[in-house]
Design a binder for this molecule. Sequence first.
Ligand code: DGJ
Length: 532
Amino acid sequence: MELPKVVVRNGRKMLLVDGEPFILLSGELHNSSSSTTAYMEPIWERMAALHLNSLLFPVTWQQLEPVEGEFHFDLVDGLIAQARAHGMRIGLLWFGAWKNANCSYVPDWVKTDLERFPRAELEKGARYKEVAFGQLRMPYTTLSAFCAETTRADARAFAALCAHLRDADTERTVVLIQVENETGILGASRDHSDLADAAFAAPVPRELVEGLLARREGLVEDVRAALERRREGSWQEVFGEAADEVFMAWHTARHIEAVASAGKGEYPIPMYANCWLVQGGKPGMYPSGGPVYRVLEVYQVAAPSLDWLAPDIYVPEFCGTCARYAKQGNPLFIPETALHSGATARLIWAVGQCHALCFAPFGIDDIGSLMDASLGAGVGMDVSDERIRTRLDPREYARVNALLRGLTPLLAARYGTDDLQAVIAEEPDRNEMTFGDIRLRVQFGLPGGAEGLPSACLAARTGPREFCLLGVNCMPRFASLDPEKPYLEYLTIEEGEFAEGAWKLRRVLNGDDEYLRLREPTVLRLTVHPYA
Ligand code: DGJ
């Protein structure tokens, strides 16, 4: 069967699965759920009922290679068989040398051999620290990114996994792989081991400087300004204040590149890296060296085997964060985001406005319950966000996924163009979309309806005067911008859904229903008529 692959369409990267555009309508499982097939048995059914087309979950180095050189593939094979039985695809997460900036998922033979696999030094000589997040204090240690032996061992295990998938996953159930999980170092802005110190004193690689200059448009201000001043010298000399983070990003990304390229050498399917976001504070308060927006271009230069870099979004500022990652040829792919009531509208908006390749609330196996803020506090979740005290409605979420699955060919054909746009109540001042001389204004919420319900609307232009909408809790209204034909009426309005490529009409709307009010997630097809 054809391998999943990344192609560029309309100037944007797009994922093809079985030769067709594929948007991962997905969710990420809790870290430990996929550690046995028995635990997963009842979960698949529930996830399929949400109309997800895929799930993201880890394969851990710890379980894959418990004894050096002995690989255990039974678990991953069992999970693939379960996914197939439920008609779902998988995005595997390689929990290798790094998981949330620490090394808890490496096998015992790596953890216990501190000579062969040295830890990062958070201060000279200190490979352990308690890291504080508000009131929480976390014990913390991590591997050093500067040890060639660690890179070699991680890459060898990952290559073994990929070679196995190539031979065993003949139906291509696994469509992509995340390489490591939220890399970087906490508790210090850089590693202070002897190996790291030597690398820090060495000249900045020419390849990096040239690569950054070629991407100068996208660089953050301080990195761009540093390169305007100086292009040769040590990391400190060239990058000044930003030196520690750029240095850690380069070396961490080089490790990831070694792992990803070893994997792709066996099995060239799409691969990416994810990050714990910058959340105020200095590097080290968030993982220094992970692919945060400040160093996206460093990663693009250092790790060409990665197809994109992905944000894990647990902050209230969802839309602005998406915009930071949908740039410089990087498509938006959200492998983790908060599981709360806002996710329904965010899914519609991320697909419609940012042309996202994936949307995956974290801990999807707990959908319908409140997010566990105590879990998230030490791993990058902004627990002050009021929304995490609201539940994501499984019925509503399932409906949006079902509708989006039917709409995928129509939407994907418009990715990278202005013919697909969306608005969301989280950006109340941006409530209009313009398609040539037709304007679509959206009122968020419904008169007399409850306050604060998720509200968003996407619109695809399907012909000069034809549109397809998907909205929830909103009132869309079209208008003409043509001065020659300033009035606008509807010709036809149909409510329904696409299934297996065909439009299934539910109702023809007119009369009272011409004043479009979308309470439940709803798809409409309509033709407008501007006149004078
Ligand atoms: C981000 C990590 O990538 C996940 O594995 C998980 O730890 C979540 N945080 C929990 O909020």
